[in-house]
Write a protein that binds this ligand. Structure first.
Ligand code: AMP
Ligand code: ZN
Length: 469
């Protein structure tokens, strides 16, 4: 399995630190509003990376944080006259609803920055002790960027280039810094803001230290994969590397993965630019599985432009798989025989080639566009070869393969078929008749068949009642 590593700018063979295990950290959203579909891109693509790795047999420890202390959260709390935690808790709950609707698995751990302050104080203390950080007169703690030799290795920038680019900082009043390249680890509180006590001043952490600390606590000093959107490469991830490696004296993450932007009219979708759709907006028009399909229809390192036409194309693509599975389910219920013929066995062998192309695409730095193409080939194969003369074993083999590959992409393609009220009642009548005839075996079969379809029977004095569960 090859992963493009931003650190080496190359595709590298994935070798986990510990055999059979993957430790993965994905930077999560700042929770001051409903998430937009730009935020949904890393959620969906890295959830798919996780699912593929799990399918390959790895045990994945997946950590994704919520940044729940931030200027924007505080601003909104002041506007609404509530505590900052009211805002962050509200949007964490909303974000989790959106994730569930997009079939993004909950992380193994979803740490919140405000619950990890102790670890931040520890790491900042260590950095000061080691000479990598210093306190300014007002109590702000800065990281001494030039003290970390590898600074710039992720973003492939050199310090002098950065120094030039950052010259403007010299005139922004940050003159208490030793060097314009230094960045904040801890900052003093302002009136009305949440704060924590520290040896340096009452205040709150800088954003970068949060992820270094949460990653260390839940995954250890060294991790396999660290991921996020490409806007995080600099300065966020560059600073995380500096903090973690300077504090722990160990390489931080082995592979750095970054998704490209979701754009609209070829500009990055962002809350600050105001050119965004929330996941909730999209859910009013589409099943969010369509949004998931749309995100996976491009390689994660390619920019993706959001448009109504592409969403319609995604809808058609997704529906094609769902329809094929639903047709196979119909054929399954009406199959001519049970066991596979020799010819059918041969076809099932042929169909395994699609798993091969799917895996090949995913092994090549998670090329989900080609992986979806392999699913389409399989769907075409199933549509061509499955018919009313086939055995149920054969139909099921094809259906299971489509469902399995879709599931690795997190796509739900098998909708639970709802039984019509009339069909339920007909079966209940048949069951009553079977009971009268003392054919209890058939009566039980019917009860179980209904249960399979989510219908529960209750025998009461007034007769049989049923409900959907
Ligand atoms: P934020 O809440 O801005 O910190 O973003 C949370 C995650 O969403 C980060 O990994 C960002 O890089 C990512 N992200 C934000 N906007 C976009 C976008 N338009 N396209 C792709 N990823 C994005
Ligand atoms: Zn982060």
């Amino acid at each position: 399995m090859k992963i493009y590593n931003t650190l080496s700018k190359r595709k590298e063979e994935f070798v986990p630190l510990e055999e059979g295990k993957v430790k993965m950290y994905v930077c999560g959203p700042t929770v001051y509003n409903l998430i937009h579909i730009g935020n949904a891109r890393p959620m969906i693509v890295f959830d798919t990376v996780r699912r593929y790795m799990e399918h390959k047999g790895y045990e994945v420890n997946y950590v994704s944080n919520f940044t729940d202390v931030d200027d924007k959260i505080i601003k909104k709390a002041i506007e609404e006259g509530v505590d900052a935690s009211v805002i962050s808790e509200r949007y964490i709950a909303e974000c989790k609803k959106d994730m569930a609707a997009m079939n993004v698995k909950p992380a193994t751990t979803h740490p919140k920055a405000t619950e990890e302050i102790c670890g931040m104080l520890d790491m900042i203390g260590t950095l000061i002790e080691k000479g990598h950080a210093y306190t300014a007169p007002d109590g702000t703690v800065y990281f001494r960027t030039r003290s970390f030799k590898g600074y710039g290795k992720l973003s492939h920038k050199n310090l002098d280039e950065l120094q030039g680019g950052n010259r403007s900082l010299l005139v922004t009043g940050e003159d208490q810094k030793e060097d314009p390249l230094d960045f904040v680890l801890w900052k003093p509180k302002k009136e009305g803001e949440p704060y924590w006590e520290s040896p340096w001043c009452n205040g709150r952490p800088g954003w970068h230290i949060e992820c270094s600390v949460m990653s260390k606590k839940y995954l250890g000093d060294e991790i396999d994969i660290h991921a996020g959107g490409e806007d995080l490469i600099f300065p966020h991830h560059e600073n995380e590397i500096a903090q973690s490696e300077a504090a722990n004296d160990k390489p931080f993450a082995k592979y750095w993965m970054h998704n490209a932007f979701l754009n609209i009219d070829n500009r990055k979708m962002s809350k600050s630019a105001g050119n965004f759709f929330t996941v909730r907006d999209i859910s009013e028009k589409y099943d969010l599985q369509v949004l998931r399909f749309f995100m996976l229809s491009a390689h994660y390192r390619s920019p993706l432009n959001f448009s109504a036409e592409l969403m319609e194309a995604a809808k058609n693509g997704y529906d094609r798989i769902v329809t094929s599975v639903s047709n196979l389910n119909y054929l399954l219920d009406h199959a001519a025989s049970d066991t596979m013929s020799e010819d059918e066995k041969q076809l099932v062998e042929e169909a395994k080639a699609f798993i091969g192309s799917f895996d090949e695409a995913m092994d090549d730095d998670f090329n989900t566009a080609d992986a979806l193409a392999a699913i389409f080939e399989l769907v075409k194969f199933a549509n061509t070869n499955a018919n009313a003369e086939c055995s149920s074993e054969f139909i099921k083999a094809l259906k299971d393969e489509i469902v399995m590959l879709s599931d690795i992409c997190g796509l739900i393609v098998e909708k639970k078929q709802e039984m019509l009220d009339g069909d339920i009642e007909a079966l209940i009548e048949e069951r009553q008749a079977a009971r009268k005839a003392k054919n209890f075996q058939r009566a039980d079969e019917i009860r179980n068949e209904l249960l399979d379809k989510g219908i529960v029977l209750e025998d009461t004095r007034e007769g049989v009642k049923w409900k959907r569960v």
